[in-house]
Design a protein around this ligand. Sequence first.
Ligand code: NAD
Length: 483
Amino acid sequence: MSRTYGNFIDGEWTDSQSGETFEVTNPAAAGEVVSVPPASSEADVEAALDAAVAAQDEWASTPGPSRGAVLREAGNNLEARKEEATEVLVREEGKTRSEAGGEVQRAIDIFHYYGAKARDFGGTVKSASAPGKDLYTKHEPLGTVALITPWNYPIAIPVWKLAPALAAGNTAVLKPASEAPGVVSIVLECLDDAGLPAGVANTITGSGSEVGGPLIESERIDGVSFTGSTAVGTMVAETAAVDLKRVQCEMGGKNPTVVMPSADIEAAAETVGVGAFGTTGQSCTATSRAIVHEDVYDEFVAAVSDYAESLVVGDGLDDPDMGPHVSENELSSTLEYIDIGSSEGATLEAGGSRLSGDDYDDGYFVEPTVFSGVENDARIAQEEIFGPVLAVVKTDSFEDALDLANDVDYGLSASIVTQDLSEGKRFVNEVEAGVAKINEKTTGLELHVPFGGYKDSSTNTYREQGDAGLDFFSSVKTIYENY
Ligand code: NAD
């Protein structure tokens, strides 16, 4: 099953102007071509910007309830195509059928959520300082926005940018990641079928530098919302800052779970294991460090290693516990970090190898991997691996655990497993992370709460999701009326 689609520009599916395409292959069976999208260039970016800018005024003046109705209908259309979208997502990105189905459902829910929010979009009336005067704020769209997204949540992230952007009255040009762009084409079809006017949402596929570069540099763009690596995001933020575009970049993580002696260790091992190995460790919020008190350290290491070894790895279409890496590059990077972990003196407790044999040879499969005896300044405890590799670090006190949790450049998500309420409260108050949790895995966040990181995980400008999503995509005007 190979899906061929074009760029979606001004309400039409078109080839790239050069006619070039590229192949997206199945990470569980690398010989299988899943889709053949356009390899676009600056000329295509300009065409998409022509359409988005031309559509801007009319969409901005479309009443919020009418904009919301289109988003809700797009959600309904996606719901009707949930199975198809799930299958495309699994074949391109590799996650399990259950994980992919949950992600498509998230996209449906986001369309419904911002569909309702579009109705509320407006402003606030404030008390004026004199009679005969009205003082209020009015939220206006930014204009035309660029949305650049990664491959690891190839439908949820595009939709959690697109839906609030459109709800707030912006037009958009979206560039999905080249590893898994196919499911976004289904999203655009759902919006088109819902009656979205031509030019309001456009998508262009192609390389980061050839499509993403000209897009963020364009003077016709009023805002840039990027999710991806800290290296690329930093460059995106610097480029956008040159002409003072509004910019938000959500980036990498090195997320810790602290395990204290009062925890139920079996349950803690599962909390950490699900956070570390779910989505093959390819989540920005994946648990990549467990910081474990010495009193329960050996017990925890044994339990989490058993958990890792119990996982069935396979083709996501068969709905195993864990799918493959998305690409050969990501697989190589993880295997390199496993070598680094061993050479740094950590003890390999589980996994550590690429999987081989009939079911595995054509895909990018690696074993869920646990290292114990990891020093917090080791590279595997400091650098984002973005694979199923857990570093277990020993601590002797709550204070030390908190210091270790914070002693990293990233600050996306963090959690603690404890039955001691004071420890839990202190942890969420003092940990340097945009998301802090007690007795829960570091992954997962509901769609109506703000999401973003501290430190190198974020530009720390605006959060995403919930009301924060609308804040990013709008300007606030303060209005005085004397009469
Ligand atoms: P990436 O930075 O390589 O790519 C992200 C997007 O940027 C892609 O669409 C890519 O084509 C584009 N891009 C690349 N070079 C560009 C350039 N020069 N100009 C403009 N665009 C360019 O990231 P990835 O490998 O796709 O995704 C994995 C990363 O994303 C991880 O670091 C992960 O932690 C992060 N991530 C963060 C969050 C979050 O919310 N904080 C969520 C998911 C993923």
